[in-house]
Design a protein around this ligand. Sequence first.
Ligand code: SF4
Ligand code: SF4
Length: 82
Amino acid sequence: MAIIRLANSCNNCENILETGRCTVHGVKVSHSYTCDAFDMKASLQDDRNCLTCIRYETDNCANPQKAAPGMLCSHWAPKNVA
Ligand code: SF4
Ligand code: SF4
């Protein structure tokens, strides 16, 4: 069975500022970037599932057949992050 997990992108990293600047590298980053210093935001650690995903029950859901409370996939994006 495949393991489904949250993408290690800059948007989900503790080291990104609200301005989009990375505090480790000192440059502006985007959601499509990541690096070996990735450190998942503590606020995201315990609450990742379809119910907290901005894509839940929308056309943007990557797995509409399987999406459900408690489910998670690598396309998960938090509802409280733009
Ligand atoms: S430490 Fe790495 S993953 Fe985190 S914001 Fe900076 S570049 Fe992105
Ligand atoms: S299946 Fe993935 S994209 Fe769809 S709601 Fe769940 S976490 Fe989000």
